[in-house]
Design a protein around this ligand. Sequence first.
Ligand SMILES: *Cc1c(COP(=O)(O)O)cnc(C)c1O
Length: 612
Amino acid sequence: MRDDYGLNIWANGDFVIEKGKICLNTPSKPALQDMVEKIREDGIRGPILLRFPHLIAKQISELYTNFKAAMSEFDYGGNFCAVYPLKVNQYPGFVGNLVEIGKKYGYGLEAGSKAELLLAMAYNELGSPITVNGFKDKELINLGFIAAEMGHNITITIEGLGELETIIETAKNRFKPKPNIGLRIRLHSGGSGIWAKSGGINSKFGLTSTELIEAVKLLSKNGLIEHFNMIHFHIGSQIKEIGPLKKALQEAGNIYAELRKMGAKNLSAINLGGGLAIEYSQFKHKETKNYTLKEYANDVVFLLQNIAAQKNEPVPDIFVESGRFIAASHAVLTAPVLELFSQEYSEKKLQLKKKNPPLISELHDLYTNINKSNAIEYLHDATSHLDSVLTLFDLGYVDLEDRSNAEILVHLIVRKTISILNDKDDYADLRRIQNEIQERYLVNFSIFQSMPDFWGLKQHFPIAPLKHLDERPTLSASIWDITCDSDGEIGFDSKDNPLFLHDIDISKEPYFLGFFLVGAYQEVLGMSHNLFTHPTEAIIVPTENGYEIKELIEAQSIMDILYDLDYDIDAIRSELNRRIESSNSVSEKAKKQILGELYLFLNANGYLRTVQ
Ligand SMILES: *Cc1c(COP(=O)(O)O)cnc(C)c1O
């Protein structure tokens, strides 16, 4: 049986398997494996992040299409607007493409800090909305006013009354076009998902009903009520069920109508924040979200229309700030497997003696005589023999050579068992052994840098080899990254996320793994643990006949990362040079060579550069 790695569950039609390779689902179906090999022809090594702008375009289009369809189905009088929250991925290779693609929709940007707001002011298409959330000081608010003065359509969302007072003060001193003002509401209905702290009565953000009343009074008193146009909430990221969102909307819709009745005559929009989920699961039984985008859009539009009708108010414009949904699918991390740990145990390495301890002879017999009918039994005998040999070794009764022979034989028996059962169709037995015995795949990447949410939250990301998908994978795999941290491991999880990979001789052919849906949050949350940097990235555009590598941005060099840590890199370089030049241990000729080598090391990235 082949394994499609759950592609039909998580890939959303973005990827297909053709001739055993994972390919873009575009007319020419280029294979990811071929892209990686092409990029590596120029000497690039280590992990490579593939960025696909056409998948950003697809997500933006789906968002607008579904909301527009819902609005026309229900004859909704308001507009649909969307902004991209920069915190989800601020890398220029992503943001540049996103802004370009978003132009025709009037797609805007959301900022949560001064740096993000400055980015938005520079990149956002004039006229497309900018929203500003998060805690603000006087400077940030001032920056919001400058954006409005530049001609940006900006809404500053107030998180607390203190911020409102600063806005009122600032407004007195600034020029004419003023930013719009939004109020973040604190809902009594709770948040959802592992990122739920953004909603609910104990939420970190938002104004209580008492504060809302006060805010409207303050705005009126200071002549700013006409700028108050939006209420905002955000119940958390990766919302798994639609229920909590509907409750929040019900509440927000009523607050909207009440505030209008209190005199907020220009209040015309409800901003639902983000939270639209994507499917990360590779298994049906683990599917994580219970709604589609179509259902989400229909529910939102229908609910808001109902409330507006009930309260006899015009329907609000609908703003969303979906980030994960837009960004996750566009990036795939590809990384070469460097080693399968048990491959060291080959028949060649057996050093059987003329006279071996009885247990070793028995292991050898098991290995020679194993067949389909006795495989499971022999395997269990073998593992128990190995336990005994190890005990005997600890007690001093067998030597290191015997121990090595036993370890090799047991690994050979495991492999033979798997291949015997794999040829036949005893799948259940095979899976049983695979659950007991795992292969460790050492992969040239850092989990801390490239999948921090796995490290921090045990968030699962789909994993699949880029080729051999037309062959049954036989080894239950755990994945080890190249950091020297024991957390740098994705263990084999027989219950929730079993991963099976192929038994490949890495010295004969490269074997790459793809880690999918890593485009949201992972890049900028990534940590430089062990000083491994953001990987080399390639921006890839599918063409009629294949694909084009539009841009290649190499991973930071070792010098760059030391510079980021505020080291004086010139001082490091000259100190290394001085120490080599003044050393007495090697000849002048050798010194010259060493200096050259060091120069290359410092200017290359820190990932492993073996043949793979
Ligand atoms: C983080 C955040 C978002 C984005 O959430 P996603 O789950 O990525 O869609 C949107 N709005 C606000 C206010 C946020 O804090």
